[in-house]
Design a binder for this molecule. Structure first.
Ligand SMILES: Nc1nc2c(c(=O)[nH]1)N[C@H]1C(S)=C(S)[C@@H](COP(=O)(O)O)O[C@H]1N2
Ligand SMILES: [Mo]
Length: 363
């Protein structure tokens, strides 16, 4: 099954092969834990047909003992762990950047994000069992078995993270999502989950983990998913100077009402999500006048996991006219979001975390 959403008609499909699709924002706000059938999918190539019984994972590189294991071996050798964590594409909200000036990549609206309970084993347990090397400057690369084609180049998917993050307890090799076996589109039978990092590091269809002294040289790691300044173009980009996108910035989105909604004057409730990659979201401000004046939303606090998102809601009293609703979140370090898309625009359309603005008509 390539399309894990079933026959839902409200889906925003960016491409069929590979299958890239997101739910409308309002669907995301229905449940704090995103149901599997409402969770975006983002793949660079076709979903590989894999079987759990025969699938093998190799752990090699700077380890004392190379491991070659099945998912069953992982289940029986290591304690099971679960983490509630957001998975978000680095290109989420990219469509808003397109309105300023065109960016490359699928025009994700606000739905390339979801919050799920991931279950599997801790990566650090597996790395320790292999006798992982110690030292600074080491990296852990995750290879999938899917073949991607980008700019005419065909290659296996691979991404890496620093060893220090790989040894953090929240990083999992996961086989289940919200208590159900992963479906093929989400990485069956085994994927990496790197809470707090952009989705690109969470390799699906995992077949190899390599401990090495440099980041992966793969296209995905070396010539993509990097943040560059606004003046850099596809023609002038020097990928080595780009910043590797790992942690995601504090961000918030209005899920309801939808852009272009027609609302009755008077009290209206606006709702959305906010997240800050491991730091608590401490405040969400909302405005009904484009950011001239602000009030505070109520947070549906979540003590369960620092990797989860936060839901928020606010009551606004709307006067008739064209109104611009705005939301911005603050994290526990007192950091908030930039006001304008122009401050964060980049030709790849990554990390769109400017104030979220939704235009509505009030009568
Ligand atoms: N093997 C493999 N892993 C992958 C990808 C991919 O194309 N191939 N896409 C990555 C990207 S860019 C994102 S945002 C997440 C999306 O995970 P999902 O489809 O389960 O939502 O998977 C990541 N892992
Ligand atoms: Mo992504």
């Amino acid at each position: 099954m390539v399309n894990p959403f079933g026959e839902r008609s409200d889906l925003i499909v960016h491409s069929r092969e590979p299958f890239n699709a997101e739910p409308p924002s309002a669907r995301l706000r229905e449940r704090f834990i995103t149901p599997n059938e409402a969770f975006y999918t983002r793949s660079h190539g076709p979903v590989p047909p894999l079987q759990e019984a025969t699938h093998r994972l190799r752990v090699d590189g700077l380890v004392a003992t190379t491991l070659d294991v099945t998912v069953g071996d992982l289940r029986s050798c290591f304690p099971e762990r679960s983490v509630l964590a957001v998975l978000q594409c680095a290109g989420n909200r990219r469509a808003e950047m397109n309105r300023l000036s065109e960016v490359s990549g699928d025009p994700w609206q606000g739905g390339a994000i979801g919050n799920a309970v991931w279950t599997g084993v801790a990566l650090h347990d597996v790395l320790r069992a292999a006798g992982v090397a110690t030292g600074t400057g080491l990296h852990v690369a995750f290879a999938g078995c899917d073949a991607c084609v980008i700019d005419g180049e065909r290659f296996r998917y691979e991404a890496s993270i620093p060893l220090a993050k790989a040894l953090s307890p929240e990083v999992l090799l996961a086989w289940a999502m919200n208590g159900e076996t992963l479906v093929p589109a989400h990485g069956f039978p085994l994927r990496v989950i790197v809470p707090g990092y952009a989705g690109v590091r969470s390799t699906k269809w995992l077949e190899r983990i390599t401990v090495q002294d440099a980041p992966s040289a793969n296209h995905i790691q070396a010539r993509d998913y990097k943040l560059v300044p606004a003046h850099v173009t596809k023609q002038t980009v020097d990928w080595e100077r780009g910043m590797t996108i790992n942690e995601m910035p504090v961000n918030a989105a209005i899920c309801e009402p939808a852009p272009g909604a027609r609302l009755a004057a008077g009290p209206t409730v606006i709702r959305g999500w906010a997240m800050a990659s491991g730091r608590p979201v401490v405040r969400v401000d909302v405005s009904a006048d484009g950011g001239e004046s602000w009030g505070q939303a109520t947070l549906a606090s979540d003590d369960e996991s620092p990797w989860s998102w936060t839901f928020w809601a606010a009551a606004l009293d709307l006067a008739p006219g064209e109104r611009q609703l705005v939301a911005r979140a603050w994290d526990a370090a007192g950091q908030t979001q930039p006001a304008d898309i122009a401050q964060v625009w980049n030709f790849k359309g990554y990390l769109c975390a400017a104030w979220h603005r939704v235009a509505v008509t009030v009568r």
